[in-house]
Ligand binder design. Structure first.
Ligand SMILES: Cc1ncc(COP(=O)(O)O)c(C=O)c1O
Length: 380
């Protein structure tokens, strides 16, 4: 079965060489726009490409506003700040995520609370969240939710659209509303993914996207914060640009800001990548369908997009029977020049978050033991 899988992956990528997990593709106007940017000398935080990039991201996602950011981690950090998360608050997230989700929460000095994911979406479970909140929290006179055990305010909830598959975000909207908790979507992996015909990242108060080198579209390092709230968008732009009060020559800063604005030169790359996004998505979904039919009725299960969603299939994934077969699969594929990777270690196991509050994590544990990502680059 492992050999058959490697042969199949080689057949779709049509190569005998090493096959990486996810490679960027620069076949559009990247060089033209970057050269234009260099010629203009506007390579830093001001320029037409950054403005264009923001306009295009808003247009593409259907959000009212998008604010460019240096990377997805900074975008998430900023999203949490503008949503009002403060030191010692609790922020709920899923244990099955990339470290950046938890790091952004830690930068503020907030505490993590881990709630399980759904088995079918691999994203934060609204059902488990609701059960956890019902049992462990109270809504105080100020209208906010507090943890019964620690008395900390629960100020935000950060679900993640894992590998581009949308979580049940509309159910999470309902639960978070009921408990007055800001919903911040970690949409780092889900550019081009839709839940019930609405782009991921447009359900929460705001959301963060990543355009890191391993993502569906990339500018090396980059990110964006997306929101429908004008005041929030303005605040985000202000804070990501050192909180400088606009003036023709004076340097006045009215609070502690951040140097988080995406440089124009990166935005030039992003503008070219965005022009190719729909083609990339079609290509990646086609690869996913080929994987899906190959793995049909086999012992190794392909992870399909969840119901009611259209996934970007950023990273395709398979589920093995157990940890032992997962390890055998990892060994065989990597020994034979096909890059595969296990899912991240659960966040609650890392030494920095070992003391964090947790619900039951049954689904996350099962996925951690069995999931492997397989090559998912756009096929040229
Ligand atoms: C789930 C998740 N959140 C946040 C990030 C952070 O994005 P960046 O690498 O652009 O900082 C990433 C990816 O890199 C991610 O996969």
């Amino acid at each position: 079965m492992y050999k058959e899988t490697v042969d199949f992956i080689r057949s779709i990528y049509q190569t005998k060489d090493f096959i990486p997990l996810h490679e960027p593709r620069f076949y559009g106007k990247e060089k033209e726009y970057v050269l234009d940017c260099i010629d203009s000398t506007f390579v830093s935080s001001v320029g037409k490409y950054v403005d264009n990039f923001e306009k295009k991201i808003a247009e593409y996602t259907g959000a009212k506003y998008a604010v460019a950011c240096v990377n997805g981690t900074a975008a998430l950090h900023m999203a949490l700040i503008v949503c009002g998360v403060k030191r010692n608050d609790i922020v709920i997230t899923q244990p099955l995520s990339f470290i950046a989700t938890c790091n952004a929460i830690a930068y503020i000095g907030a505490s993590h609370l881990f709630v399980d994911v759904d088995a079918d979406t691999m994203g934060l479970s609204a059902e488990k969240l609701k059960a956890y909140l019902q049992e462990n929290t109270v809504i105080n006179a100020d209208g906010f939710t507090y943890h019964k055990l620690t008395n900390q305010k629960i100020s935000a909830c950060v679900p993640m659209h894992t590998f581009g598959h949308p979580c049940k975000i509309d159910d999470l909207v309902v639960v978070c509303k009921q408990y007055n908790i800001a919903l911040v979507e970690d949409a780092a992996e889900s550019m081009g993914s839709y839940y019930k015909d609405k782009h991921t990242g447009t359900y929460g108060v705001c959301s963060a996207f990543s355009f890191n080198g391993n993502k569906t579209i990339t500018c090396g390092g980059g990110g964006a914060i997306v929101t429908n709230d004008e005041a929030l968008a303005k605040k985000t732009k202000h804070l990501t640009t050192q909180a400088k009060v606009p003036h023709r020559w004076e340097f006045v800063h009215d609070e502690i800001g951040y140097n988080y604005r995406m440089p124009n030169i990166n935005a030039a790359l992003m503008c070219a990548q965005l022009e190719q996004l729909n083609g990339f998505l079609e290509n990646k979904r086609n690869t996913a369908f080929q994987y899906n039919s190959f793995f049909k009725d086999k012992e190794i299960k392909f992870v399909e997009e969840p119901p009611h969603s259209k996934s970007n299939y950023w990273l395709c994934a398979v589920l093995l029977k157990d940890k032992k077969t997962r390890d055998e699969f990892l060994h065989y594929t990597n020994d034979n020049g096909v890059m595969t990777r296990p899912v991240w270690a659960l966040m609650n196991k890392l030494k920095m978050f070992k003391e964090a509050l947790c619900g039951d994590l049954e689904n996350a544990i099962s996925i951690e033991d069995r999931l492997v990502n397989i090559p998912s680059s756009v096929i040229v």
